[in-house]
Write a protein that binds this ligand. Structure first.
Ligand code: LLP
Length: 426
């Protein structure tokens, strides 16, 4: 998927040289082979898929339509978190019965859109439940729902991406959950059919998943007493990836996740009257390592530190600035040179925090070298912005020796595309 030939980084059989000459920089480049390999790892790990196990790709991680279509064509459903993601998932070819409409703050319009699209909902509050019920009645439909429960588990990840701490904004508190199912069971327009939780992201220890699943089964047994027939138990996403390039042992694989989760699931189901499916919502572990961000060096500057100033910053890859996330960085045109100097890679944004990598030992860097930032496929482009009047860059898909533009770069016109000037300011 990514290799070195004649000193250049290659994406499958295409050199970064060719990519940069064809499309310029900055540039997001995705390897289809890497994507297929991650998909295969999940399918292989959860052999019952599709069947007793359903994989719902978390569209928030990367919503490029070409990427969505590759994933949906492998039988995946989708986790969506907004009307916009629902729109993208439908266009991306996901089957609506397996598009779960998540979200802690859905607007009335989004709820109506979800009802009209006939997708199941993960409901995050009592207010949402009532709106959903009213909307379903008006639309003359019946909506399958789960509640998102907060299982109060520390996923041992960065605090900004831990989602099941007691103080989290997500989910129904543990102590209210059974009452909420009871309310829903009595309401017209909604059919409680599932339980949903998601404990966090970039999780590298499987035990919190197991603990969450066990806790969810405690709820399952209690709500069956009310009369709820469960069709699915959704344990969310969150499996971490090896950002630091530490090797196979450092991060659990889908196979290891399945090995630990499936027995707990089977055991749990045997204690129920109903026979629910297990749903999972992987995002990062499907797309994270499939994509690099290519960025050109505009200047090398010796200051109190050795700065490499590149043409991509947190406008295109927010993770380092937002979570102090580590992404591997290489000089794509000097892959055969020895690392000899320590550099800090700085983006072009007018903020001191616009640093992509600190104190990285690299071969001697010069103006116009091409830097590649790895593992940028998840929460990369989707979190980009036009801050500082910077246009978003293009995205390319590589398949063997072919490459395809899957998103055009924006132009300056896109900076003003939706702006209006009142007449008196013209
Ligand atoms: N399901 C739900 C309900 C979620 O909220 C998320 C992620 C996922 C599934 C997928 O999780 P994954 O398998 O990708 O870990 N921007 C942050 C990550 C935010 C994750 C938000 N929720 C980052 O760049 O690390």
């Amino acid at each position: 998927m990514f290799s070195v030939r004649n000193g250049w980084l290659f994406v499958e059989d295409v050199s970064v040289k060719e990519l940069v000459e064809s499309y310029g920089t900055p540039l997001y480049v995705t390897s289809r082979a890497a994507l297929e390999s991650n998909i295969e790892a999940y399918k292989e790990a959860f052999k019952d898929f599709p069947g007793k196990v359903r994989l719902l790709y978390a569209v928030k991680a990367n919503n490029n339509l070409s990427i969505l279509r590759i994933i949906s064509s492998n039988g995946f459903g989708a986790d969506v978190f907004s009307g916009g993601e629902l729109y993208l998932a439908l266009l991306g070819g996901f089957p609506r019965e397996y598009i779960l409409f998540n979200g802690n703050s859905k607007s009335d319009d989004e709820i109506r859109m979800g009802v009209r699209s006939a997708v199941p909902f993960s409901v995050d509050s009592i207010d949402e439940l009532y709106t959903l019920s009213e909307t379903a009645i008006l639309e003359d439909s019946e909506v399958r729902i789960a509640f998102r429960v907060n299982p109060e588990i520390d996923a041992k990840t960065h605090p900004k991406i831990a989602t099941a701490l007691r103080t989290s904004k997500f989910g129904i508190p543990w102590e209210h959950i059974v009452d909420v199912y009871r309310t829903a069971y009595e309401l017209p327009g909604v059919e409680p059919r599932g339980i949903h939780c998601h404990i966090g992201s970039q999780i590298t220890d499987i035990s919190p998943f197991v603990e969450a699943l066990q806790k969810v089964f405690q709820i399952a047994r209690q709500i069956e007493e009310i009369g709820v027939e469960l069709e699915f138990i959704d344990i969310g996403g969150g499996l971490g990836i090896d950002y630091e390039g530490k090797g196979a042992e450092s991060t659990p694989t889908p196979a290891q996740l399945a090995e630990k989760l499936l027995p707990v699931f089977e055991d749990g189901v045997s204690s129920l009257k109903s026979d629910p499916e297990l749903w999972l919502e992987p995002g990062r572990s499907i797309v994270g390592n499939t994509t690099i961000l290519l960025t050109k060096v505009n200047a090398v500057k010796k200051s109190y530190r050795n700065f490499v100033a590149v043409d991509a910053g947190f406008n295109l890859l927010l993770r380092p600035a937002m979570y102090s996330a580590y992404h591997r960085i290489v000089v794509a045109n000097k892959m055969d040179r020895e690392a000899e100097e320590v550099y800090t890679i700085a983006g072009p944004i007018c903020e001191s925090g616009d640093i992509l990598g600190e104190d990285r030992k690299l071969p001697k860097v010069e103006k116009r070298d091409v830097i590649a930032i790895f593992d940028a496929g998840a929460y990369g482009f989707v979190m980009s912005s036009q801050y500082n009047g910077r246009t978003r860059c293009a995205e390319v898909l590589v398949e063997g020796s072919h490459h395809y533009l899957i998103r055009e770069a924006e132009s300056y016109g896109d900076l003003i595309a939706k702006q209006k000037i009142p007449e008196h300011l013209l």
